[in-house]
Design a protein around this ligand. Structure first.
Ligand SMILES: N=C(N)NCCCC(=O)O
Ligand SMILES: [Zn+2]
Ligand SMILES: [Zn+2]
Length: 317
């Protein structure tokens, strides 16, 4: 960061928070400041879904819901927008009719945005987008540790013979060698699978699993301790599929599964990650057409705020 003080969000005591353009948390756009430490970027893409479409409208819904965020995070004791220059980098517009082209372009744009010191919190879009984001992260940092919050494994092989879908990004990532498979974990998984083989193959790929039931039985602190031990000081990428939350907490998503985590549990676990070597993160699968009263969009905006806050705190926080 330069000596200049970061440009923060609009002051909601001066300009009502429901007025004006909806950038994330009412922050400046990337082109309004000389450089950015953290950029929130949208990817309105949902051509990889296997069930209900609509996550292409996730970025705009999350931005609208983020109008209510405030500048101080008491849980992490940080004012992320004062500590670091945080910006909204707009949307990466990708081809909705060509998944291969879309993920190539997304990888290039993510690499361009992170060419300097900028770290990304990407808002999807469906989970297909995690693959090119992980590619970009690994190109910069080497194979990364992965914390994957999701009802689903997303390590299936293909859908209808297609390798790039929202149910397959993490299998592709292991095959491509861009994950440090000594530290890859799913958190919050649950629900019916196609067969027991799904779990066996997932384990063979190297993943550890903390189910939503495990979180309930072990509690937050034990869950966080185990995850932190596995991650150590490796470069870490965090991918949050909003369907990790119970449909009561996140109805606005394409493949909902009963028995999920509460938003309180998810946010507490994220706060437990402070000081780790977080290099990038995403929040995906917010599909506002199935939402009610912005329940899911509000939850997703708080998840994004926590991820931004973790990045603003940095290592050794
Ligand atoms: N929501 C994500 N990312 N994946 C769900 C895939 C579940 C299925 O089609 O069986
Ligand atoms: Zn999912
Ligand atoms: Zn997913």
């Amino acid at each position: 960061m330069s000596e200049q003080r970061p440009v923060g969000p609009l002051d909601s005591s001066q300009i009502p928070r429901f007025a004006g353009f909806a950038t994330f948390a009412r922050l400046p756009r990337i082109d309004e400041v000389p450089s950015a430490d953290v950029a929130v970027v949208g990817v309105p893409f949902d051509s990889g879904v296997s069930y209900r479409p609509g996550a292409r409208f996730g970025p705009s819904a999350l931005r609208e819901a983020s109008r209510l965020l405030r500048p101080y995070h008491p849980g992490l004791d940080v004012s992320p927008f004062a500590e670091k220059q945080v910006v909204d980098a707009g949307d990466i517009a990708v081809n909705p009719f060509h998944i291969g082209e879309a993920i190539e372009k997304l990888q290039q744009e993510a690499e361009a945005l992170t060419a300097g010191e900028t770290k990304l919190v990407t808002v999807g879009g469906d989970h297909t987008i995690a693959l090119p984001l992980l590619r970009a992260a690994a190109k910069k940092h080497g194979p990364v540790a992965l914390l994957h919050f999701d009802a689903h494994l997303d390590t299936w092989d293909t859908y209808f013979g297609e390798p790039y879908t929202h149910g397959t990004p993490f299998r592709r990532a292991v095959e491509e060698g861009i994950l440090d498979t000594s530290a890859v974990s799913h958190v919050g998984t649950r629900g019916p699978l196609y067969g027991k083989r799904d779990l066996e193959e997932d384990r063979r790929l190297g993943f550890g699993i903390v189910t939503s039931g495990d979180v309930l039985r072990r509690g937050i602190d034990e869950t966080v301790d185990a995850l932190r031990q596995r991650i150590g000081d490796r470069p870490l990428y965090v991918s949050v599929d909003i369907d990790v939350l119970d449909p009561a907490h996140a109805p606005g998503t394409g493949t909902p599964e009963a028995g999920g985590m509460t938003s309180r549990e998810l946010l507490e676990i994220l706060r437990g990650l402070r000081g780790l070597n977080l290099v990038g993160a995403d929040v995906v699968e917010l599909a506002p057409a199935y939402d009610h009263a912005e329940i899911t969009a509000v939850a997703a905006s708080h998840v994004a705020y926590d991820l931004v806050s973790l990045l603003a705190l940095g290592r050794d926080a």
